[in-house]
Design a protein around this ligand. Structure first.
Ligand code: MLT
Length: 255
């Protein structure tokens, strides 16, 4: 039987048990998963996705002073009392190296928490597209690409990424894949909007998406440029069973 690739265009369109026994790739291109990947690439110790602001505040209170930063957004902007917004720009090496980050966003962290029953949960973004594809090729488990969307609405930027990842898997692998209809639709969307284009073509497509338009309105244009830099990062974040996101060197990592 060939290996299945499913795309879930919204977290509400799958049940948590559906991903048991598979690998989930969670994506919120603008901006949660792009930002998490940047933070890890810049040396953050680990990131704890939190469903609520209160949960993030509790994490900081429980850790030694100066070791934990809080990051994320509500309505796209930094949360009162938090150290960092949801902009990758805030997560430079000087800010995050060695720190624990309690992180909560409107849609991205919720999608991550919904996918946590998968055997492996990877953090996907265009900035590490090839690295994620490589990890998936090294496994035989079914693939679930989970799009965060925005407030219960499907967003073009996440579906674009899903399509790009489907393309990488289907075209560069000798094994047969069985793509669901939604995976095929994501692939078609990617091919139509941006497929095989330059970062500039991808950036233009991201700007046309719902998330892109929101960020332009909020003055975060630069984050769209950052999110479109395909393969600027060679590592992959993974959500571990202990609820912490760390860099994944492979599937045998335990912490
Ligand atoms: C989210 O999780 O809803 C997004 O990442 C929002 C944002 O771009 O800040």
């Amino acid at each position: 039987m060939s290996r299945q690739i499913s795309v879930h265009p919204l977290p509400a369109l799958f049940e948590p048990d559906d991903v048991v026994g598979g690998i989930a790739v969670v994506v919120d291109i603008l901006r949660a998963t792009t930002t998490i990947t940047h933070a890890l690439a810049n040396g953050a110790g680990y990131i704890i996705p939190c469903g609520t602001v209160e949960q993030a505040l509790d994490i900081r209170n429980d850790l030694p002073a100066g070791t934990c930063l809080l990051g994320g957004e509500r309505g796209g902007i930094r949360i009162d009392g938090f150290d960092l917004s949801n902009s990758p720009d805030d997560y430079g090496p000087n800010a995050v190296r060695g720190k624990t980050i309690g992180f909560t966003t409107t849609n991205g962290t919720r999608a991550l928490i919904r996918a946590e029953k998968a055997d492996h949960v990877l953090i996907g973004a265009f900035v590490n597209l090839s690295a994620v594809a490589e990890q998936l090729r090294n496994s035989e488990l079914p693939v679930h690409i989970v799009c965060a969307g925005t407030n219960g609405q499907i967003t073009g930027e996440d579906v674009l990424y899903a399509g790009a990842l489907v393309e990488q898997l289907v075209e560069s692998s000798a094994e047969g894949f069985d793509t669901t209809d939604s995976a095929q639709m994501a692939f078609n969307h990617w091919r139509q909007e941006s497929g095989r284009g330059s970062s500039e073509v991808l950036e233009a497509a991201l700007r046309r998406s719902r998330g892109g338009r929101n960020l332009i309105e909020l003055g975060y244009d630069r984050d769209i440029t950052t999110a479109a830099k395909t393969d600027s990062v060679s590592l992959v974040g993974t959500l571990n069973a202990n609820g912490k996101i760390t860099m994944s060197a492979g599937f045998d990592q335990v912490e």
